[in-house]
Design a protein around this ligand. Structure first.
Ligand SMILES: [Fe+2]
Ligand SMILES: [Fe+2]
Length: 435
């Protein structure tokens, strides 16, 4: 169960990570593409003006002369004509004329305002057409085409191969701004579409990989379960008990562990994979019987004290088998749990059990749970030396042993789940059990 949960968490983490990467990449690509698109649109728009200005200056050659001579007085009339002609071609709102040395010769703003001209003017004085959009990109990015969007363009004017002056015009081109806004929105929609497709593709690939991984892990878990059962049968079949004993006790142990989790007692024990681990460990509880000689294990009569001491060793032998595996597979938490369960399933709450004679809560919970499951099944089923007892009689015996052989808390849980024990014992019995 834990592996399935952790794998679901992994796919969730993968999905969130791919979503984050997709969003960051899409935003970065969007910003870059929009910047380039905006620049290209403005550049193409601006490229018309130098030709237009040149044409007007050709029609009004005096203007070029006056600019070169920095004759601000005589320039005034022709400058107005220039502005009017420019306004017939585009939404020009303001014009300023500069001398080749950077002196402001004429401005349609009152009082005559030099404004910010610095770098753009310098560039024009070097012969380059320079421009700047005065509103930040974000204005159009948000789709709000600001009516105040101003495009400021500085165009160098030459006379006899030298820079005679600079024509600076400002336009409030809402059409251009709207075009840029539309282009930006189109880019974002396209990127969102592609980003969504990329994310969904990644998600589908991850989900498919996860599903194949789940199938593979389930197969490994089933193989592990079968291996454990095969190992456990080896020991059980030598004993007088039957193979179904280990299957039933595994169910009883799970029912008990789930009951304890519900009861809220021993919260420290019942975290994570404990329930799965204890149910998986239960079949191994008597694996140490493989080391007990047949003469003792299969002895039909009563055992001597010495023989019983040998039988008691099955707990220790079982742990030795597990220790071998545990060293090689330290990550298998269930092996550690199985080790405790094997070693301590014959301990008694009052300390009179074996092999360590542990008392009370010093006995690992797995041992206390297994003890009840094991004894219930032994009482309930037919053995060569005894007849099966009824479910009610088994429950009664366990209840009477509360605080003696068994942990009173675990007995309390047993009494709350005992109907489920009856169902299992009836459904998985070896012989027809007593009703
Ligand atoms: Fe045992
Ligand atoms: Fe057993």
């Amino acid at each position: 169960m834990k592996t399935i949960i952790s794998r679901s968490r992994t796919i969730l983490q993968f999905s969130l990570l791919s979503l984050a990467i997709t969003v960051v990449t899409a935003v970065a690509a969007g910003l870059m593409l929009n910047h380039q698109a905006r620049e290209a649109m403005i550049r193409s728009h601006v490229s018309v003006y130098p030709l237009v200005v040149e044409k007007i200056l050709d029609l009004h050659p005096m203007l070029r002369e006056q600019l070169a001579a920095k004759d601000a007085e005589r320039l005034r009339w022709d400058a107005m004509v220039l502005k009017q002609e420019l306004q017939t071609l585009g939404p020009v709102v303001s014009v300023r004329l500069w001398g080749g040395d950077g002196t402001l010769l004429w401005s349609d703003r009152e009082p005559m305002d030099g404004g910010k001209s610095g770098r753009q003017l310098d560039a024009a004085r070097q012969g380059a057409v320079a421009y700047a959009m005065e509103q930040p990109l974000t204005e159009t990015l948000a789709g709000n085409v600001n009516p105040g969007t101003i495009l400021d363009i500085s165009i160098p004017v030459t006379r006899e191969g030298r820079i005679a002056g600079v024509v600076e015009l400002s336009e409030r081109d809402e059409e251009l701004a709207a075009g840029i806004g539309m282009q930006i929105r189109r880019t974002w929609w396209t990127i969102t579409g592609f980003g969504g497709i990329i994310f969904l593709s990644l998600f589908v690939v991850a989900a498919r990989a996860n599903s194949s991984l789940n199938q593979a892990v389930n197969k490994v878990e089933q193989t592990q379960q079968v291996t454990i059962m095969a190992l456990a049968y080896q020991a059980e079949l030598r004993d007088a008990e039957t193979g179904r004993h280990i299957e039933r006790t595994s169910h009883y142990v799970r029912i008990m562990a789930e009951g304890i989790r519900k009861s809220g007692r021993y919260p420290g024990y019942l975290r994570g994979t404990y329930i799965d681990d204890i149910a998986r460990s239960a079949p191994l509880h008597d694996i140490g019987k493989v080391a007990i000689p047949d003469s003792i294990l299969r002895k039909p009569g009563k055992l001597t004290n010495e023989e019983f001491d040998v039988i008691k060793q099955h707990c220790v032998y079982g742990v030795k088998v597990l220790d071998e595996a545990h060293e090689k597979l330290p990550f298998q938490t269930f092996l550690e749990l199985a080790r405790q369960l094997i070693l301590h399933h014959h301990e008694r709450w009052d300390g009179a059990g074996y092999p360590a004679g542990l008392k009370g809560e010093a006995i690992p919970l797995s041992g206390r749970i297994m003890a009840i499951a094991d004894v219930y099944d032994a009482l309930r089923t037919k053995r060569p030396y005894k007849e099966p007892l009824s479910h009610e009689r088994c429950v009664e015996i366990i209840r009477l042993e509360s605080g003696k052989q068994f942990d009173p808390e675990v007995v309390r849980v047993f009494l709350s789940v005992e109907p489920k024990f009856k169902t299992i014992s009836d459904e998985m019995n070896d012989e027809p059990a007593l009703a």
